[in-house]
Design a protein around this ligand. Structure first.
Ligand SMILES: [Zn+2]
Ligand SMILES: [Zn+2]
Length: 100
């Protein structure tokens, strides 16, 4: 067995279908070769994740979250979420000092 060069059906870039991956596919019983390069596969995975619109309980802005809001507890936009998470860790001041 040897590496194969395949062409991505999404971006048209050539990518390697390595021996290791071929073995993995055989092991799993996949009959088809991968159609997309690793980059596009990753992008597709992320795009496939469903997003739900929420209203941030802190700043009131609309935001999206990658899970279905169940209505228990406040939901925050990304910014406010990290703000609140930092608060729980003992203050954002500490986090900022660490970052600097
Ligand atoms: Zn691609
Ligand atoms: Zn917010």
């Amino acid at each position: 067995m040897q590496d194969k060069t395949l062409v991505c059906s999404d971006c048209g870039q050539e990518f390697a279908f390595t021996v290791r991956e071929q073995e993995f596919y055989q092991e799993k019983g996949f009959e088809n070769e991968p159609k997309r390069c690793p980059d596009c596969r990753r992008a597709k995975k992320q795009a496939g994740r469903q997003q739900f619109e929420i209203t941030c309980a802190d700043c009131g802005e609309k935001a999206t979250v990658p899970f279905e809001p169940k209505g228990d507890g406040p939901l925050y936009c990304r910014e406010c979420f990290s703000k609140h998470r930092d608060d729980e860790k003992g203050g954002s001041e500490v986090a900022e000092k660490e970052a600097a």
